[in-house]
Write a protein that binds this ligand. Sequence first.
Ligand code: C2O
Ligand code: CU
Length: 476
Amino acid sequence: LSSELRPPAPFTVPLPVPPVAVPVRPGRYELAQRAARVEIIPGTTTEIWGFGGTFPGPTLRLRRGERAVVRVRNELPVPTSTHLHGGVVPPESDGYPTDLVAPAGHRPPAAPGGHHGADGTAVTWHDGAKDYVYPVRQRAATLWYHDHRMDFTGPQVWRGLAGFALIGDVEEDELPLPAGERDVPLMICDRAFAADGSFRYPALDPALRETPGVRGDFMEGVQGDVILVNGAPWPVLEVAAARYRLRLLNASNARRYRLALTGGARFVQIGSDLGLLGAPAVRDTITLAPAERADVVVDFSGHRPGAVVTMVNRFGAGPTRDVMRFQVTRRVRDDSAVPARLPALEPAVPGDAAARRRFDFRRTGQGGAAAWTINGRRFRPGEPLARPRLGTAEVWRLVSDFHHPVHVHLARLRVLARGGRAPGPADAGWKDTVDVRPYEVVDVLARFEGYRGRYMMHCHNLEHEDMAMMADFEVV
Ligand code: C2O
Ligand code: CU
């Protein structure tokens, strides 16, 4: 999708860093979802829908072992559901697509409508606000939160309903990694802009009230031509000649990136979706499908003040080849280091798998009847495709006809094999989203810990998700 507005020259807008959420009292947060006008493209304003009225929303800084309650207040004209992506949380706080927070005083729709069939799915309706309970009994990791409303996740996230949730713990505190100002979350996503500065999205219903879905041929997902980092187009960050920890998140609806650095700079990857790797890995490129994260350290100490390092996207073309720039402006004392070893990761042993299952992510039907399905069916809320037992691990075989970033709620995943081969460095560590490429077969070990109840898996291409490429599973 192309913009009707001329975007700024790359690397002219400073990188914003999202504000850190301030608790209203210890362990209690309040995030109001509201519309706001912000300047994304210099000289024009864009209406966003943001948590706290910002895009990205405020960063939740959570600590392992410290329960947090987040009250989400909906001041938008449409319902929402908030999911903590990567969080091990009770089912009623997981942001199930029909567990909706409605604008205060709105009545539930007579029938929810949408792609999931006319069978009258039960909708849970919270009037105006809901308290999401996050027990935070999981290791340090870069998580994020975003809208998950049934049939409308794509357009609602596109409008800005996403933010970081960074979990810290003692184990990570003890490592000499770059911290403070040199620990920077980077939310990367693409957008397109209309001539009046608004976000362009090919929704069938621009008010996002009744009719879900996208216009025309967006079966493969919506991609824009402007790359935003933390909500700014191709920004620039002034850095010291020192190490930086960059928490890379691909928050795009459908775009995949292959990130690389110019001038011989490299990434040292220290973490993936669900926390630190067992050992750091030097990477020339980092490939991220929607919702995937990579925690990397980049060392600018070999650069003199005045030098620039550009982060590019090797999967992009034209304007989407650039992502952001780092401009070295000063020297600084740097006591940080990347330890040769990181805290040991428990091995992924398929031997103890309690079950083996297979899930096919495919397009079915033709033309107007085309659909994205899992095991041949569209999302049927309340009809789980699997019932794993709490505290067990299973081997799940994920099979795909297209690019599908497969996300499993609650579970921790380890890639066991990709295309029959041992996984490479891109698949290292604990994951919650696994990029399954066209005609690929990926085996993952999935551990189910924490809670019993209804959870879901789905494709994280948000248009596929809205076209009902989702399924329940129930932890028993
Ligand atoms: Cu990031 Cu079910 O989603
Ligand atoms: Cu998909």
